[in-house]
Design a binder for this molecule. Structure first.
Ligand SMILES: Cc1ncc(COP(=O)(O)O)c(C=O)c1O
Length: 281
Protein backbone atom coordinates (compact mmCIF):
# COMPACT_ATOMS: atom_id res chain seq x y z
CA UNK A 1 0.00 0.00 0.00
CA UNK A 2 1.24 3.45 -0.85
CA UNK A 3 1.81 5.67 2.18
CA UNK A 4 3.10 9.20 2.49
CA UNK A 5 6.52 9.70 4.13
CA UNK A 6 6.48 9.09 7.91
CA UNK A 7 7.28 12.78 8.48
CA UNK A 8 4.14 13.75 6.57
CA UNK A 9 2.01 11.23 8.47
CA UNK A 10 3.19 12.73 11.76
CA UNK A 11 2.04 16.26 10.88
CA UNK A 12 -0.88 17.53 12.94
CA UNK A 13 -3.92 17.99 10.74
CA UNK A 14 -4.98 21.55 10.12
CA UNK A 15 -8.58 22.27 9.18
CA UNK A 16 -9.11 26.00 8.84
CA UNK A 17 -12.78 26.67 9.54
CA UNK A 18 -13.47 28.31 6.20
CA UNK A 19 -16.54 26.47 4.90
CA UNK A 20 -20.02 28.00 4.74
CA UNK A 21 -19.11 31.18 6.57
CA UNK A 22 -21.27 34.24 6.82
CA UNK A 23 -19.28 36.30 9.32
CA UNK A 24 -15.68 37.38 9.49
CA UNK A 25 -12.88 35.37 11.15
CA UNK A 26 -11.07 37.87 13.34
CA UNK A 27 -8.06 35.58 13.65
CA UNK A 28 -7.62 35.38 9.86
CA UNK A 29 -7.28 39.14 9.54
CA UNK A 30 -9.20 39.16 6.31
CA UNK A 31 -9.44 42.41 4.43
CA UNK A 32 -12.75 43.97 5.41
CA UNK A 33 -13.25 45.97 2.23
CA UNK A 34 -12.05 43.72 -0.62
CA UNK A 35 -9.72 44.70 -3.43
CA UNK A 36 -9.51 48.17 -4.89
CA UNK A 37 -11.78 49.09 -7.84
CA UNK A 38 -8.68 49.02 -10.09
CA UNK A 39 -8.02 45.41 -9.11
CA UNK A 40 -11.61 44.49 -9.89
CA UNK A 41 -11.38 46.22 -13.27
CA UNK A 42 -8.24 44.27 -14.16
CA UNK A 43 -9.79 41.00 -13.07
CA UNK A 44 -12.81 41.63 -15.27
CA UNK A 45 -10.48 42.12 -18.27
CA UNK A 46 -8.73 38.78 -17.85
CA UNK A 47 -9.25 36.33 -20.69
CA UNK A 48 -9.16 32.52 -20.63
CA UNK A 49 -5.82 32.77 -22.46
CA UNK A 50 -4.38 34.88 -19.65
CA UNK A 51 -5.26 32.13 -17.21
CA UNK A 52 -4.10 29.27 -19.41
CA UNK A 53 -0.56 30.47 -20.13
CA UNK A 54 2.45 29.66 -17.98
CA UNK A 55 3.04 32.82 -16.04
CA UNK A 56 6.07 35.05 -16.23
CA UNK A 57 7.30 36.11 -12.83
CA UNK A 58 10.06 38.54 -13.73
CA UNK A 59 8.03 41.62 -14.71
CA UNK A 60 6.20 41.58 -11.40
CA UNK A 61 9.39 40.95 -9.47
CA UNK A 62 10.93 43.99 -11.18
CA UNK A 63 7.96 46.15 -10.16
CA UNK A 64 8.10 44.85 -6.62
CA UNK A 65 11.84 45.39 -6.38
CA UNK A 66 11.40 49.01 -7.47
CA UNK A 67 8.57 49.48 -4.98
CA UNK A 68 10.64 47.99 -2.15
CA UNK A 69 13.88 49.69 -3.24
CA UNK A 70 15.64 46.33 -3.51
CA UNK A 71 17.53 44.56 -6.26
CA UNK A 72 15.35 42.31 -8.39
CA UNK A 73 17.56 39.35 -7.45
CA UNK A 74 16.51 39.91 -3.85
CA UNK A 75 12.78 39.47 -4.45
CA UNK A 76 10.90 36.22 -4.92
CA UNK A 77 7.20 36.08 -5.68
CA UNK A 78 5.39 33.36 -3.80
CA UNK A 79 1.84 32.15 -3.49
CA UNK A 80 1.35 33.87 -0.19
CA UNK A 81 3.63 33.68 2.81
CA UNK A 82 2.60 30.06 3.17
CA UNK A 83 4.56 29.15 0.08
CA UNK A 84 7.55 31.17 1.26
CA UNK A 85 7.66 29.10 4.47
CA UNK A 86 7.35 25.93 2.43
CA UNK A 87 10.18 26.98 0.13
CA UNK A 88 12.50 27.88 2.98
CA UNK A 89 11.93 24.44 4.51
CA UNK A 90 12.55 22.79 1.13
CA UNK A 91 15.70 24.77 0.52
CA UNK A 92 17.35 24.70 3.94
CA UNK A 93 15.90 22.08 6.26
CA UNK A 94 16.94 18.42 6.24
CA UNK A 95 15.37 15.63 8.29
CA UNK A 96 16.60 15.84 11.90
CA UNK A 97 17.54 19.51 11.65
CA UNK A 98 15.92 21.82 14.17
CA UNK A 99 13.40 24.53 13.39
CA UNK A 100 13.04 27.08 16.15
CA UNK A 101 9.62 28.63 16.64
CA UNK A 102 8.54 31.06 19.38
CA UNK A 103 4.96 30.17 20.37
CA UNK A 104 2.07 30.74 20.35
CA UNK A 105 2.23 31.64 16.69
CA UNK A 106 0.98 30.92 13.17
CA UNK A 107 0.62 27.17 12.71
CA UNK A 108 2.15 26.74 9.25
CA UNK A 109 5.77 27.03 10.45
CA UNK A 110 5.39 23.84 12.42
CA UNK A 111 3.47 22.08 9.66
CA UNK A 112 6.10 22.70 6.97
CA UNK A 113 8.97 22.00 9.36
CA UNK A 114 7.27 18.70 10.23
CA UNK A 115 6.78 17.84 6.56
CA UNK A 116 10.52 18.33 6.03
CA UNK A 117 11.13 15.81 8.82
CA UNK A 118 12.71 18.41 11.10
CA UNK A 119 12.46 18.57 14.87
CA UNK A 120 10.42 21.56 15.95
CA UNK A 121 11.84 23.35 18.97
CA UNK A 122 9.24 25.69 20.44
CA UNK A 123 10.06 28.60 22.70
CA UNK A 124 7.12 29.55 24.88
CA UNK A 125 6.31 33.21 25.55
CA UNK A 126 5.69 34.07 29.18
CA UNK A 127 2.42 35.49 30.53
CA UNK A 128 3.25 38.95 29.14
CA UNK A 129 3.14 37.39 25.63
CA UNK A 130 6.11 39.56 24.64
CA UNK A 131 8.58 38.25 22.09
CA UNK A 132 10.90 35.91 24.08
CA UNK A 133 14.19 37.11 22.55
CA UNK A 134 16.52 35.77 25.25
CA UNK A 135 14.87 32.36 25.28
CA UNK A 136 15.16 32.15 21.48
CA UNK A 137 18.88 32.96 21.70
CA UNK A 138 19.35 30.27 24.34
CA UNK A 139 17.51 27.67 22.25
CA UNK A 140 19.82 28.01 19.21
CA UNK A 141 22.00 24.93 18.63
CA UNK A 142 24.35 23.89 15.80
CA UNK A 143 21.38 21.90 14.40
CA UNK A 144 19.13 24.96 14.11
CA UNK A 145 18.48 25.52 10.41
CA UNK A 146 15.42 27.74 10.40
CA UNK A 147 14.08 30.25 12.90
CA UNK A 148 10.56 31.43 12.08
CA UNK A 149 9.39 34.62 13.74
CA UNK A 150 6.15 36.41 12.96
CA UNK A 151 6.54 40.10 13.77
CA UNK A 152 3.93 41.31 14.59
CA UNK A 153 2.96 37.90 15.82
CA UNK A 154 -0.31 36.11 15.23
CA UNK A 155 -2.11 35.71 17.67
CA UNK A 156 -0.31 37.85 20.29
CA UNK A 157 0.52 41.00 18.30
CA UNK A 158 4.01 40.99 19.85
CA UNK A 159 6.77 42.62 17.79
CA UNK A 160 10.43 41.68 17.86
CA UNK A 161 12.78 44.66 17.75
CA UNK A 162 15.35 45.07 15.00
CA UNK A 163 18.08 44.77 17.61
CA UNK A 164 16.69 41.44 18.87
CA UNK A 165 16.33 40.06 15.35
CA UNK A 166 19.85 41.10 14.36
CA UNK A 167 21.22 39.41 17.47
CA UNK A 168 19.37 36.20 16.59
CA UNK A 169 20.57 36.30 12.98
CA UNK A 170 24.17 36.75 14.17
CA UNK A 171 23.88 33.98 16.76
CA UNK A 172 22.69 31.44 14.17
CA UNK A 173 24.64 32.02 10.93
CA UNK A 174 23.95 28.38 9.94
CA UNK A 175 20.18 29.01 10.04
CA UNK A 176 17.76 30.90 7.83
CA UNK A 177 15.99 33.56 9.86
CA UNK A 178 12.48 34.14 8.52
CA UNK A 179 10.86 37.35 9.72
CA UNK A 180 7.24 37.01 8.70
CA UNK A 181 5.87 40.51 8.30
CA UNK A 182 2.38 39.47 7.19
CA UNK A 183 1.02 42.05 9.65
CA UNK A 184 3.64 44.70 8.97
CA UNK A 185 1.00 47.33 8.22
CA UNK A 186 -0.20 47.28 11.80
CA UNK A 187 3.17 48.18 13.28
CA UNK A 188 5.30 49.79 10.56
CA UNK A 189 8.59 48.22 11.72
CA UNK A 190 10.35 46.24 9.03
CA UNK A 191 13.56 44.31 8.55
CA UNK A 192 13.59 44.99 4.81
CA UNK A 193 16.34 47.56 5.35
CA UNK A 194 18.63 44.73 6.46
CA UNK A 195 18.17 42.70 3.28
CA UNK A 196 21.54 42.44 1.53
CA UNK A 197 23.35 43.21 4.78
CA UNK A 198 22.40 40.16 6.80
CA UNK A 199 23.20 37.07 4.84
CA UNK A 200 20.75 34.63 6.51
CA UNK A 201 17.74 36.97 6.74
CA UNK A 202 14.48 36.48 4.83
CA UNK A 203 11.55 38.85 5.11
CA UNK A 204 8.11 37.69 3.99
CA UNK A 205 5.05 39.82 3.37
CA UNK A 206 1.47 38.82 2.69
CA UNK A 207 -1.20 39.71 0.67
CA UNK A 208 -4.21 37.53 0.49
CA UNK A 209 -7.08 39.30 2.13
CA UNK A 210 -4.74 41.92 3.53
CA UNK A 211 -3.42 44.91 1.73
CA UNK A 212 -1.63 43.77 -1.41
CA UNK A 213 -4.31 41.38 -2.70
CA UNK A 214 -3.19 38.12 -4.11
CA UNK A 215 0.56 38.13 -3.94
CA UNK A 216 3.19 37.10 -1.47
CA UNK A 217 6.86 37.75 -1.60
CA UNK A 218 10.00 36.90 0.23
CA UNK A 219 13.22 38.83 0.13
CA UNK A 220 16.71 37.72 0.94
CA UNK A 221 20.34 38.24 0.16
CA UNK A 222 20.90 37.35 -3.47
CA UNK A 223 22.94 34.43 -4.81
CA UNK A 224 23.02 31.71 -2.21
CA UNK A 225 19.67 32.45 -0.63
CA UNK A 226 17.37 33.70 -3.34
CA UNK A 227 18.82 31.59 -6.15
CA UNK A 228 18.15 28.49 -4.16
CA UNK A 229 14.67 29.79 -3.55
CA UNK A 230 14.18 30.62 -7.22
CA UNK A 231 15.12 27.12 -8.32
CA UNK A 232 12.77 25.56 -5.86
CA UNK A 233 10.01 28.05 -6.42
CA UNK A 234 9.75 27.66 -10.17
CA UNK A 235 8.36 24.18 -9.88
CA UNK A 236 5.89 24.96 -7.15
CA UNK A 237 4.66 28.23 -8.50
CA UNK A 238 3.82 26.86 -11.90
CA UNK A 239 1.04 24.75 -10.51
CA UNK A 240 -0.56 27.91 -9.28
CA UNK A 241 -0.16 29.65 -12.59
CA UNK A 242 -3.49 31.40 -12.52
CA UNK A 243 -2.72 33.32 -9.41
CA UNK A 244 0.69 34.44 -10.53
CA UNK A 245 -0.67 35.20 -13.99
CA UNK A 246 -3.21 37.55 -12.52
CA UNK A 247 -0.45 39.18 -10.56
CA UNK A 248 1.56 39.53 -13.75
CA UNK A 249 -1.39 41.16 -15.42
CA UNK A 250 -0.17 44.08 -13.38
CA UNK A 251 -3.12 44.75 -11.16
CA UNK A 252 -1.39 43.95 -7.94
CA UNK A 253 1.27 46.48 -8.59
CA UNK A 254 -1.38 49.08 -9.37
CA UNK A 255 -2.87 48.26 -6.03
CA UNK A 256 0.43 48.61 -4.24
CA UNK A 257 0.60 52.26 -5.05
CA UNK A 258 -3.10 53.05 -5.03
CA UNK A 259 -4.84 55.21 -2.45
CA UNK A 260 -6.83 52.11 -1.77
CA UNK A 261 -3.92 50.73 0.21
CA UNK A 262 -4.15 53.54 2.77
CA UNK A 263 -7.93 53.27 2.73
CA UNK A 264 -7.83 49.53 3.50
CA UNK A 265 -5.37 49.96 6.30
CA UNK A 266 -7.42 52.73 7.92
CA UNK A 267 -10.55 50.64 7.59
CA UNK A 268 -8.89 47.57 9.13
CA UNK A 269 -7.63 49.60 12.08
CA UNK A 270 -11.04 51.24 12.57
CA UNK A 271 -12.75 47.84 12.53
CA UNK A 272 -10.22 46.47 14.96
CA UNK A 273 -10.96 49.34 17.33
CA UNK A 274 -14.70 48.62 17.13
CA UNK A 275 -13.95 45.04 18.03
CA UNK A 276 -11.76 46.05 20.96
CA UNK A 277 -14.51 48.27 22.32
CA UNK A 278 -17.10 45.49 21.86
CA UNK A 279 -14.87 42.95 23.64
CA UNK A 280 -14.31 45.28 26.61
CA UNK A 281 -18.06 45.79 27.09
C1 LIG B 1 1.73 35.36 10.70
C2 LIG B 1 1.13 34.89 9.41
N1 LIG B 1 1.91 34.69 8.34
C3 LIG B 1 1.41 34.26 7.18
C4 LIG B 1 0.05 34.01 7.01
C5 LIG B 1 -0.44 33.50 5.69
O1 LIG B 1 -0.23 34.44 4.71
P1 LIG B 1 -0.65 34.14 3.18
O2 LIG B 1 -2.14 34.24 3.10
O3 LIG B 1 0.04 35.23 2.43
O4 LIG B 1 -0.14 32.79 2.84
C6 LIG B 1 -0.81 34.19 8.09
C7 LIG B 1 -2.24 33.91 7.95
O5 LIG B 1 -3.02 33.96 8.85
C8 LIG B 1 -0.26 34.64 9.33
O6 LIG B 1 -1.04 34.82 10.39
Amino acid sequence: MLNPRPAVLRIKEYHPPLGGRVGMRLDFNENTSGPSPRVRERLALMTPDDLARYPEREPTEHCLARFLKLGVEQVLLTNGVDEAIHLLCQAYVDPDDEVLIPVPTFSMYEIYAGAAGATTVTVQSDASLRFPADKVLQAITPRTRLIAIASPNNPTGACASEEELLKIAAAAPQAALLVDEAYYDFCGHTMLGQIGRVDNLFVARSTQGRNYQGLGFTTGEERRTMCTGQNTATNFNRTNGARIATVNAGFTIQNLTADNFAFNLKQNITHRNFINIAIKR
